[in-house]
Ligand binder design. Sequence first.
Ligand code: KIV
Ligand code: NA
Length: 262
Amino acid sequence: MKSINEFFKAKEEKKKITVISTYDYWSAKLCEEAGIDAILVGDSLSMVVQGNDSTLPVSLDEMIYHTKAVRKGAPNTFIIVDMPFLTYHTTIEETVKNAGRILKETGANAVKLEGGEQIAKAVEKLTSLGIPVMGHLGLTPQFVNILGGYKVQGKTQDSREKIKKDAKILQEAGCFSIVLEAVPADLAKEITESLKIPTIGIGAGKFTDGQVLVFHDLIGIFPKTPKFVKRYLEAGNLIKQALSQFKDEVLKGGFPSKEHEY
Ligand code: KIV
Ligand code: NA
């Protein structure tokens, strides 16, 4: 995809949207070659690449650094970047400056913000200035210390109503799309049907307008992944095998052989 118009068109034509969250040149290149519709440079980078136990520590500079590499790998793909924890909450000026840096310095196309009503003003301002915003509701990992862990959201009637209301508010504020994370499939369906903008689900069932997965989860890099992930590959095991084979061959003299010599 090239623009937010293609997101709207996909929803109209009931064509599912595929998004991958990834953080570097080579994986972005593979995504583009595979025809993935959009790449999200997620703040999951904090956990997946930096080894932190939440998304909170990653900085704006680090997000920008990774997005530059992603853009080089996927020059023709729509790129969305997560604004890190507390970079869009203090003042509107600060929010505009930070979102502006992302688009100006990386060539990304849009930003993603977590939350509903409390970020509506920020969404309005950013979209009015030409910065497309993707929303993110349900399990919002930047709220882990309030939520008390990474748990399914929207299980109680109150929380269902709140998520539905927030989705409407984000649409009104100007979001071009909303990620729904770890919510019951029937709630995601209801929200998807009630909105004009497309929903992108992760752990939200099959009725959303699109699906997003983290690259490393999809290819099975880590031994454990959440219930909602499908591991299309066990790359972690394959890579480990290759590494031990390398070590073995070096120790036993099998590598390098004649064909690798100059
Ligand atoms: O950070 C991330 O990768 C995300 C997606 C999983 C939606 O926010
Ligand atoms: Na994220």
